[in-house]
Design a protein around this ligand. Structure first.
Ligand code: GAL
Ligand code: CA
Length: 346
């Protein structure tokens, strides 16, 4: 009898342990949002992340990728939903990087790590949360490369100074002014031209919000206003450089010896085609594959409660120096011209 009692209580204890014992490990759950699906470059990054996440399989990873639609309040709602639905990590391409502090607070309250990517939040805000990471590229470098491509062209082609005044008359198409990429590309492209000993003369500068259509309209208006006075077109990205090229083509450029040097950033497929056709002077590879890979790797490791890891470069500090306990992955840019564009074609 005693034995039976012991056996029974042992069974009961086992049943108890089974019912309230350690919970089954949670399936990692990543909430991902892109500032705007309708952005050429970010679509490539998004596809990369999606492909990698899908390959893991639904039993090992739950994930969702949502469109911020260029509206921060809509994106905030998406982030709230991710958190209520049990996200174990967030991967965020912010509409307005200045809104990051609010999001950081919400995630921190639930101890959910965040991987920001492409649109960089303020470094001081990032430093307030030890589970906040950033994947991106140093925009200064892309600006410098754009400027160097133009300076090389200018020096090799004395006729580029169409009015022979010894100055480079240029127009600049800006991305989203709230974005550090736009700010630094504008600043550093011109700095590089000046560093090469060339005097510049800015005719016009305006935002086309990273978009081809807006850029085409701006360029058309500038051509109507300045015509042949324009000697160089700088664009903060390829989508806008292509918009400018469309307007230039419509105005009779790129045939019969009528030429305009146009530079962009990203090396999207359309830009590589334009390089091949000779309508784009140069671009700078913004490595969507590596940025997507690093974002996914970090998010997936963090979502599992592990330390942040990725095969893409070392973790660095905000300045780009490899650092123990670093929170940044900086993917290098590459200069792309007619001499090497073929190696970037897919
Ligand atoms: C930049 C890219 C742009 C645009 C922007 C969005 O890095 O060059 O084309 O995608 O990101 O934040
Ligand atoms: Ca000139």
């Amino acid at each position: 009898m005693k034995r039976i009692v012991i056996l029974l209580s042992a069974l009961a204890a086992a049943a108890l342990i089974a019912s309230c014992g350690p919970a089954k490990p949670k399936v990692p759950n990543i909430g991902i949002t892109i500032y705007k699906f309708d952005d050429n470059f970010m679509s490539i990054v998004r596809d990369k992340i999606d492909t990698l996440a899908k390959a893991v399989g639904p039993d090992k990873l739950i994930y969702s990728i949502q469109d911020g639609q260029g509206d921060q309040s809509k994106q905030n709602d998406l982030i709230d939903q991710f958190l209520t639905k049990g996200a174990t990590c967030l991967a965020l391409n912010m509409v307005e990087p200045a809104s990051a502090p609010v999001v950081i607070q919400k995630a921190e309250a639930k101890k959910v790590p965040i991987v920001f990517f492409n649109r960089e939040p303020d470094a001081t805000e990032m430093a307030k949360y030890d589970k906040a990471y950033y994947v991106g590229a140093k925009a200064q470098q892309s600006g410098t490369y754009e400027g160097e491509i133009v300076a090389d062209y200018w020096k090799a082609n004395p006729k580029a100074d169409k009015n022979h005044d010894g100055k480079m008359q240029y127009v600049m198409l800006l991305g989203d002014p709230a974005n550090t990429d736009a700010k630094y590309r504008t600043e550093y492209s011109i700095k590089a031209v000046e560093a090469a000993g060339i005097t510049v003369d800015k005719l016009a500068e305006d935002t086309a919000m990273w978009q081809t259509g807006d850029a085409q309209n701006k360029m058309q208006a500038w051509l109507a206003k300045f015509g042949n006075k324009i000697e160089v077109v700088f664009a903060n990205n390829d989508a806008m450089a292509i918009g400018a090229i469309n307007a230039l083509k419509a105005a009779g450029y790129f045939k019969g010896g009528k030429y305009m040097p146009v530079v962009g950033v990203d090396a999207i497929p359309e830009a590589l085609d334009a390089l091949q056709q000779g309508t784009l002077l140069g671009t700078v590879l913004n490595d969507a594959d590596k940025q997507g890979q690093a974002t996914f790797d970090l998010a997936y490791s963090l979502a599992q409660g592990q330390p942040a890891t990725t095969s893409v470069g070392p973790l660095c500090d905000a300045d780009g120096n490899p650092a123990q306990n670093g929170h940044y992955i900086w993917v290098p840019y590459v200069k792309v011209t007619k001499d090497n564009y073929q190696q970037f074609k897919k």
